[in-house]
Design a protein around this ligand. Structure first.
Ligand code: HQG
Length: 181
């Protein structure tokens, strides 16, 4: 499959597994899961045919490991990034001492005033390394990276989660834990 086709399918899956499942008649179960058969048939009815083999390739080869099958292979979900209402059943985890958040330079003044907010997603997304954070920031303009004092936040009882694809998630990051790099 071409890279372009892979990206198209990944975008389609992100749209319906993270944001608007109801648009193609899907409902996410707790954890964000949907039956693979249901997803494939709903997509086909919606005019976007995905074969099972293509789905497997997208899950395996996706650059950010955005999607996972459950151990039976009958269910699929997006690992993070949801805006639709769903309980992802994430388990709290102890974060590394420092995490990073990439954003664009236009957002910096507001972030320095009010801290990092989850905006339309379920959580603020944080990365374990600077380069990944920079790449996230680049999506929206000139990237700026903040270091997050996750050790202090953890000590202050903020709850962190780690998604299956290694993204760190937290509800909010107040300004005092942020340092602009
Ligand atoms: C910013 C992509 C002003 C925040 C990425 C970000 C990631 C504020 C934007 C994942 C703010 C929200 C998530 C405040 C936060 N004032 N701006 N107080 N607090 N912001 O897309 O972290 O390709 O919801 O800095 O790679 O950019 O979709 O979050 O710029 O992993 O898999 O508000 O999405 O992954 O934007 O990206 P987003 P994000 P995928």
């Amino acid at each position: 499959m071409s890279d372009r086709k892979l990206t198209n399918i990944s975008k389609y899956l992100s749209k319906h597994l993270r944001h608007s499942p109801e648009q193609i008649g899907l409902q996410l179960a707790p954890g964000g899961w949907v039956e693979v058969d249901e997803l494939l048939s709903a997509s086909r009815k919606n005019g976007f045919t995905i074969t099972r083999i293509q789905l497997q390739q997208v899950v395996d080869q996706n650059d950010k490991k955005r999607f996972s099958f459950d151990p039976t292979g009958n269910l699929i979900r997006a690992n993070q990034g949801h805006t639709t209402e769903v309980d992802l059943q994430l388990l709290a985890a102890i974060p590394p001492d420092v995490l990073y958040h990439g954003t664009s330079n236009q957002s910096v003044p507001s972030i320095l005033q009010t801290g990092l907010s989850k905006m339309s997603r379920h959580h603020v997304h944080l990365s374990a390394d600077i380069q990944t954070a920079k790449n996230v920031g680049k999506r929206r303009g000139r990237p700026v990276v903040f270091a997050v004092n996750s050790k202090a936040m953890h000590q202050d009882e903020y709850i962190f989660y780690r998604s299956d694809n290694g993204v760190w998630l937290v509800d909010f990051v107040p300004v005092q834990y942020l340092q602009q790099l």
